[in-house]
Design a protein around this ligand. Sequence first.
Ligand SMILES: Nc1ncnc2c1ncn2[C@@H]1O[C@H](COP(=O)(O)OP(=O)(O)OP(=O)(O)O)[C@@H](O)[C@H]1O
Length: 285
Amino acid sequence: MVKTQDTTSTVPKKHDLGGFARLRFVRIRLEQLSEISVFGFGLTPSLHRFTAGTPLNQKTPVPPDTNIVEIRNVSKHYADGDVKALDDVSLQIAKGELVSIVGPSGCGKSTLLNMIGILDRPTSGQVYFEGHRVDPSMNLDRLRSEKIGFVFQSFHLVPNLTAIENVQLPMMPGKLPPSARVARAKALLDSVGLSDRLNHRPAQLSNGQRQRVAICRALANAPSLVLADEPTGALDSQGGRAIMDILETVCRDSTATLVVVTHDKALADRSDRQIRLCDGKIVSD
Ligand SMILES: Nc1ncnc2c1ncn2[C@@H]1O[C@H](COP(=O)(O)OP(=O)(O)OP(=O)(O)O)[C@@H](O)[C@H]1O
């Protein structure tokens, strides 16, 4: 087994780092991650052995220039059609993009994110993931678990599990031996500066630390797509910037695509691309 570097004594506390230094710190940790392998399983998403479950279609490899997600003419109606949360929306998201979805409250941002993340089915229209049309006959739980990481405003951590147990939660039993799951969770938490909080429960962590645990959990299976719904909504502006630094860094370094729903203009301005919704329609992209 490759021994991970013991950084316990050198891990800076959350408030010891300025934005740039924190970003650099995370980047260094991720660079270390990319060099680590545990029982032959690479720790970064670029090393596909870890993620390799059943792809959407095993006989058809994903071409490198394929969009990660395409939404075609998707509408979503609630309450017997009274609420048109999405109205004939089409968009493509390329691999590696950092996209923000913005717009006024109730305009359909979370609904769109749910479509992109295959958490909900459109009333009409189609969703394509890595070039393959998503249909209910697929093992969608497995697709989501292996390919997509979710980060939510309210963290959604399991309260009676420790940080390291929460991060291991999505890792498939049988894919990695327990000791490798622990090593991967530890390495991820180390990469976000939480090596001294491995055995703390969510109630014993600050909101920023909880969100860092949630980011590690989202990355547990080395997803190709990370979706974040108001990831900084429960944090102050400094904590929010720190979380966005981490999210951006981990996604760029692992070549994962990041899609963020946010009300925060400063955060949206950091993305490669802003999609603005109004009344369930894209009004600018
Ligand atoms: N499960 C549901 N049943 C009925 N209506 C819903 C449901 N989920 C969302 N809606 C409605 O769909 C519309 C879009 O909701 P959505 O949560 O996507 O908006 P949003 O832009 O994310 O809002 P916010 O910024 O306030 O979170 C809203 O009018 C909302 O009330």
